[in-house]
Ligand binder design. Structure first.
Ligand code: ZN
Ligand code: ZN
Length: 405
């Protein structure tokens, strides 16, 4: 017999549907006024307005406009963290939405507007069930996900220390996935993401007399191809890395050999071991190829987010919660990691948890062809936001009731 009698499974979606008007209104208000980086004051105001009057303790830290709202259940118990990120991307929006961005060069193209709105509505629903809850729910409203390490700053500010979460869950929308489908996987699910800077120094001179110079351009090109050989020959195919040199800069005109060439790129891995091997290899290959041609290579690899590793027990909690609320067909285990990166990885380094993707393909479109996150044409199916709100509640409820059992 199941000793964990669910408070309200099935009711959560009805509750979320009843709040759908508010959820969409908040999402659209945030979408219209996107903010970048660690400081998103206007978004924070909107979140605080949405949470006003709820039985929540609010905690803020000095480093960001991040907010942790604590709901203490009527009885003591475990603590579960639910996270929504709040920041937008520095890019123009090219959609026909009536609520498209009013801020030039900023767009909510990663769906963080929906994450924030769904989390605010989940807070409302869970607060309404406070008398039935044993334990605490932490609602983490986080800025600075898009490369700014916002989660790490909030953790360093001590916002997740008291009460400390026993498990952590996040939702991320995915427009190029079937609407309403939830996916995640145990183990590495998203990649580490580090930036590669290589400066190849030679000796400039006349383009007609290269022997009197040390031309850095063919050396830079050789480094690009040597890095691809490095990846295929030195990295285990079952613990992969991706190295992409995305920018090459050198020279100014047709008859001058420049002093230096500059390469900029990214390296992605799904294990810390391969991350280390890749970093060492990039430096070794660049320096030695340069040296072979009498150039000098300076290599600087800037650490981005770590690998996002999901806890198998947390994945199972999420899968069971989603199955209970929407039926087993609503869950699909992701077959392989994706090479995108997430700063929820910092939270998951400390607390077992999972980030779950929610398919939000626009109605009438084939999800395979839908514009993905980070596209300036990205649009989504807002109807699915009620499912996201309910999923937050279902997962929190399941974890508070049963933990990782
Ligand atoms: Zn993003
Ligand atoms: Zn995102």
């Amino acid at each position: 017999m199941n000793k964990h009698v669910s408070i309200a499974s099935g009711d959560w979606l009805a509750g979320a549907e009843a709040l759908q008007g508010e959820t969409i209104a908040l999402r659209r208000a945030i979408h219209e006024e996107p903010e970048l980086g660690l400081h998103t004051p206007r978004t924070m105001e909107k979140v605080k307005a949405a949470l006003a009057g709820l039985p929540l303790e609010l905690k803020e830290g000095p480093s960001t406009t991040g907010l942790v709202a604590i709901l203490r259940g009527a009885k003591p118990g475990r603590t579960v963290l639910l996270r929504g990120d709040m920041d937008a991307l520095p890019m123009p929006e090219d959609t026909d939405l009536s609520f498209k961005s009013k801020i030039a060069g900023a767009m909510h193209a990663c769906g963080h507007d929906t994450h924030t709105a769904m989390l605010a509505s989940a807070a409302k629903l869970l607060c309404a069930k406070r008398d039935h809850l044993a334990g605490n729910v932490l609602f983490m409203f986080q800025p600075g996900e898009e490369g700014w390490h916002g989660a790490k700053f909030m953790m360093n500010d001590g916002l997740l220390d008291d009460p400390a979460p026993d498990a952590a869950f996040a939702l991320h929308i995915m427009p190029n996935a079937p609407a309403g489908l939830f996916t995640a996987k145990a183990g590495p699910m998203m990649a580490s993401s580090d930036t590669i800077n290589i400066r190849v120094r030679g000796k400039g001179g006349h383009a007609s007399m290269p022997h009197d110079t040390v031309d850095p351009i063919p050396v830079a090109c050789e480094i690009v191809t040597a890095l691809q050989s490095f990846v295929t020959r030195r990295i285990n195919a079952f613990d992969p890395a991706v190295i992409t040199i995305a920018k090459i800069e050198a020279g100014s005109t047709s008859n001058v050999i420049p002093e230096a060439a500059y390469l900029l790129g990214t390296v992605r891995t799904v294990s810390e071991a391969t991350r280390t091997i890749a970093h060492e290899g990039i430096e070794r290959v660049a320096k030695h190829v340069a040296e072979a041609h009498l150039c000098e290579a300076e290599v600087d690899i800037v650490h981005g987010f770590p690998v996002t590793v999901c806890d198998a027990r947390a994945v199972s909690v999420a899968q069971r919660a989603i199955g209970a609320g929407f039926g087993e067909a609503a869950w699909r285990t992701m077959p392989a990691p994706i090479m995108g990166a997430e700063d929820f990885s910092y939270v998951l380094q400390k607390t077992p948890g999972v980030m779950v993707f929610l398919g939000v393909c626009p109605e009438g479109q084939d999800w395979r062809g839908a514009c993905p996150c980070h596209s300036n044409k990205m649009v989504l199916n807002e109807d699915m936001m009620a499912r996201g709100v309910a999923a937050h509640c279902l997962i929190a409820e399941h974890f508070l009731e049963s933990g990782f059992d």
